[in-house]
Design a binder for this molecule. Structure first.
Ligand SMILES: [Zn+2]
Length: 262
């Protein structure tokens, strides 16, 4: 965890400090070594939250795209008495979970049920095969009338299997910890929409800056008007090279504003 409580304040790990876990109120100790990002760890148990995964630099970098007050938010379900720590919950009540490790289907389903209004950001660079397989498939993506929205046949040949049946949006970050290079496909965040049909999926490509804007200002990634609907999409011819069209709108103070050309 990045934050523990000391005198009821959320503080980051500092060498030799002790704090209290905001989830289970047990003591936690600061781990401030050279190998892992500085964090708080429970003395006795691995973590009080069975969903918690050891934090990597990738997690920390992603979380830090959002204000500290939105990070590591303890959420409690009164009906089930369950308590979990969301990686990020925005002020608009959108939960964003950053997933680096493999996840079992049961856990993915439980987390989606618990957080409800959530989306996943997945580290697509963890397994070496994932990005080459994705990149090879991009040439077969079918463009639609909506900019950045594609129809993908046989998504099981494009995406890691564990994410195919997700009931929420799954955003793949293929850059991982590498600095962006000229590979436009890799630099794009690719969002897999929940599928209704196993043979076809809808995928949306974003610039990371757009994704961050949208998740900062809204309670969901797409506004109802923009939301790509699988049924309404008329696939056009397969596109062999992704060429980014010049953007027609930019996101400013929570609204899409048309770019004026002179
Ligand atoms: Zn705890």
């Amino acid at each position: 965890m990045r934050f523990a409580l000391i005198e009821n304040k959320r503080v980051e790990a500092q060498p030799k400090h002790q704090g209290i876990c905001p989830n289970c109120s047990q003591p936690v100790i600061a781990k401030c070594g050279d190998k892992k990002v500085w964090h708080w760890a429970h003395r006795t148990i691995r973590s009080c939250d069975s969903w918690w995964e050891p934090e990597t630099e990738w997690h920390r970098n992603w979380k830090n795209n959002y204000p500290a007050e939105w990070q590591e938010i303890v959420l409690f379900d009164e009906q089930t008495d369950e308590k979990h720590i969301a990686d990020v919950r925005t002020i608009h009540n959108l939960v964003i979970e950053f997933q680096h490790s493999a996840i079992k289907p049961e856990e993915r389903i439980s987390r989606e049920k618990f957080y409800k209004n959530m989306l996943w950001v997945v580290d697509g660079s963890r397994l070496k095969r994932d990005y080459p397989r994705f990149k090879k498939s991009v040439g077969n993506f079918k463009r639609t009338k909506q900019q950045g929205v594609y129809v993908v046949d046989f998504p099981d040949e494009v995406f890691p299997k564990s994410w195919l049946n997700s009931s929420v949006q799954v955003v793949f970050d293929f850059c991982g910890l590498t600095t962006p290079d000229k590979d436009e496909i890799k630099n794009t965040l690719w969002c897999l929409l929940p599928q209704k049909d196993v043979t076809q999926a809808v995928v949306v490509g974003f610039r990371k800056s757009d994704f961050l804007q949208m998740t900062h200002y809204r309670n969901q990634l797409f506004s109802p008007a923009e939301k790509p609907q699988q049924k309404q999409i008329t696939p056009q011819q397969p596109q062999f090279i992704i060429r980014r069209r010049a953007p027609t709108h930019y996101f400013h103070k929570g609204k899409w504003v048309k770019i004026r050309r002179f």
